[in-house]
Design a protein around this ligand. Structure first.
Ligand code: PLP
Length: 377
């Protein structure tokens, strides 16, 4: 292996958006129209998105976090209630319930899928439980049917945090089409981006009306600009962002194909490298939408040393994901400590994201694997 001096190598970023002239063209069209918010681009984006994920309605919002918060609000979560979620996720999956005054309860994950283990969710239910926030972590669909079944049996609201999973399918149908309201996010590292942004896919017209009112300061369909039917928020997406989202949606199939091919290339190159496991492959019920490429290092490997080697070669990495319950504010507020979710905690110590995005260069991937293999040798 020829190892060039680290200073001479071109950096390989962890992530990068995939944009071309089409986004510029549509964004310019909005700018030239003079109508930058509450315009027709939002409606169009929502229609196209809803159609794409197989939901009758979609409400665009300013972030995935905003969408999750609105669903917790709509579910009536409040002080004294508990919401069960995964600790092996991004903090927004738990914060959305906390913002409504509810208490987060963390159930452990399945070590294969990294998603909530339905048996652990069931065991965590108490008389105070009001909702389950199930995450499709790293784009791998969660156990939707068993979770939906237990939520129905216990009278709980199921909220799907699909922020990382646009394009994934569960039991042959797209995530978003199954019934529970699902939130998708469009930060620039996601499969498609609007800069900042998110959307809620819902199967209820009533919920859609409520969400579109809540995101718009509680204004109702009828009534004036300064008439507010309910306490709301400003979680509106703007029209430039929606136009960028439309341009991104137009190429979603191509994006998903490219990401699938890049993931397959990593997996084949990592085959035989000692000390590291590739992400779980798809099966008949679960087809992942590739959001990130996160490997699992064997127990006993010094992850910090591996990260140090990659960084010295200009290779972007991230410790995806630290567990939520051990974040400083969580320890302080709820007294959570090590041992609450042993599987999630073990994953959090050993998992590592490699550079991954739609336009990633195969040669760069080869260099990543070469350096990683060298660090593990
Ligand atoms: C699992 C998960 N939930 C929620 C969010 C929040 O989305 P946003 O950053 O758009 O607020 C993200 C985005 O990073 C996420 O990955």
């Amino acid at each position: 292996m020829t190892t060039e001096p680290a200073t001479a190598t071109r950096p390989i970023p962890l992530s990068s958006p995939y944009l071309d002239e089409r986004e510029e063209e549509l964004a310019l069209e909005v700018l030239r129209s003079g109508r930058l918010s509450l315009g027709p681009w939002i409606d169009r984006f929502e229609e196209l998105f809803a159609e794409r994920v197989g939901a009758p309605y979609a409400a665009a919002v300013s972030s995935g976090t905003g969408g999750l918060h609105l669903l917790c609000h709509a579910a009536g979560l409040g002080p004294g209630d508990e919401a069960i979620t995964s600790s092996y996720s991004f903090v927004a999956s738990a914060n959305c319930a906390i913002h409504e005054g509810a208490t987060p309860v963390f159930a452990d994950v399945d070590p294969r899928t990294f998603n909530l283990d339905p048996a652990a969710v069931e065991a965590a239910i108490t008389p105070r439980t009001k909702a389950v926030i199930a995450v499709d972590i790293f784009g791998y669909p969660c156990e939707l049917d068993p979770l939906r079944d237990l939520c129905e049996r216990h009278g709980l609201t199921l909220i799907q945090d699909a922020c990382e999973a646009l394009g994934a399918t569960y039991r042959g149908r797209p995530v978003g089409s199954h019934g529970p309201s699902a939130v998708f996010a469009f930060y620039p590292n996601k499969q498609i981006t609007t800069g900042e942004g998110g959307i809620v896919a819902t199967h209820s017209e009533e919920e859609w009306r409520l969400l579109t009112s809540l995101r718009n300061q509680g204004r109702a369909d009828s009534g004036g600009w300064l008439e507010h039917a309910r306490l709301g928020f400003n979680y509106r997406l703007d029209d430039v962002s929606a136009a960028i989202g439309i341009a991104q949606l137009e190429k979603l199939d191509d994006i998903l194909d490219r990401r699938r091919a890049a993931a397959a290339l990593y997996t084949s190159m990592l085959d035989g490298v000692q000390g590291v496991s590739s992400p779980l492959p798809d099966d008949a019920d679960h087809v992942r939408s590739w959001f990130v490429y996160v490997v699992e290092l064997d127990d006993g490997i010094d992850r910090e040393r591996v990260i140090g080697v990659l960084e010295r070669h200009g290779i972007g990495t991230a410790r995806y994901l630290p567990v939520i319950h051990l974040q400083p504010y969580m320890r302080e507020r709820y007294g959570f400590a090590e041992g609450l979710c042993p599987i999630a905690e073990s994953l959090a110590r050993r998992t590592l994201a490699l550079p991954f995005h739609t336009g990633i260069d195969a040669g760069d991937q080869e260099r990543v694997v070469e350096v990683l293999a060298g660090a593990l040798a």
